[in-house]
Design a protein around this ligand. Sequence first.
Ligand SMILES: [Zn+2]
Length: 425
Amino acid sequence: MKAVLDHIGIAVKDLSAALAFYRDALGLEVEAPEEVTSQRVRAHFVPVGESKLELLEATTSESSIARYVDKRGPGLHHITLRVDDIDAAVAQLRSRGVRMIDEQPRPGAEGSTIAFIHPSSAHGVLVELKQSTIPNQSAIRNPQSTIQRFPLGELELISLSDGFLRMDGGWMFGIVPKAQWSVVAPADDRNRVTLGMRPLIVRGARTMIIDAGLGRKGDASFDDTYGVDHRYDLDRAMADARLAAEDIDIVLASHLDFDHAGGFTVRDASGRLRPRFPRAQYIVRRGEWEDATHVNSQNAARYQADNYKPLAEAGVLQLVDDDVTIMPGVRVKRTGGHSTHHQVVMIESGGKSAAFAADLIPTTVHVTESWIPALDLYPMDTLAAKRAFNEDAVAREVLVFFYHDPFVAAGYIREEDGNRRVMPA
Ligand SMILES: [Zn+2]
């Protein structure tokens, strides 16, 4: 069995005294607390490298933590080991006569599955086993350099990040019940789920960026509404990739929603809007441009003229009509669905294929056919386009880039027993 230390739980009696030690004296960073209502505890995570300390504070006197502290005083409470396959782990332990508190794994917090081993079998230590369906949440809690390079034949693909934003879970998952989606995408207290924004660099004959994140033009109220997290952003990602704004020859838009086109323009010191990439041609599908410049009540909130009108004024806008080749190996393909002229980008080189799925499959969990955002204007078109995209991606082993996935930049779509899932690259 392969296991890694996930965290160490510490029962705390006096939280402010504990913070005075762990946060102030040791100088560790303490994350915002999480309420675990079912256990009547509040958990304060303290990241220490790949693992964490978990300061556990009882919220009522009925809490098992309160009883523990009453009986034994504050101190080490449990250790948690993360395993890949908890069913196999529990079966192995039981076959060796290990006494389990949980004979069968049961649901834990944030979509995890857990099982406790009795301290009598673990030499006096309460051991929790945990298998998480959600990748390591610390990518969201502590965003840092997330650039990833993928060679593809003659081309180099570089996945960048413009931080995170939050969108209503209902918007993102459409007809899927919250009981289902919240297991893989936990909602915050305003029902929002965290999404990444991952512009993609394609380096070949020329240097292209596909979509450019949210940019920095939002005011405080916008940033609050969308939970904008720019502790790590596209400027830093480009610097980490050793790219300057001047290096970009082509900016390609999948569509013009603010979370994709917001980074196309910047406000200069005098307050004027200008293209962010000073040497680039900006390529937009003509139908998308028409829609974004003639909004209606259904799409007005997503199209914000400050993100693209300045491109036309600066003379750097190029409109394309069909599924055309933008530069050698890079071709756009209209999908519709999300918006009438939403497009994905197909990339080919040296016999290998990649695709930028944009909002056709915004996150890895959206590979499931019925998981279609309520934001999509034409969900049945999304369904048809996604089915065709998935079949092609499975058959040709296409490396798929997921713009909005908070954890996974790219992966391969696999099909098993009629179910599709993503194997991260
Ligand atoms: Zn989007």
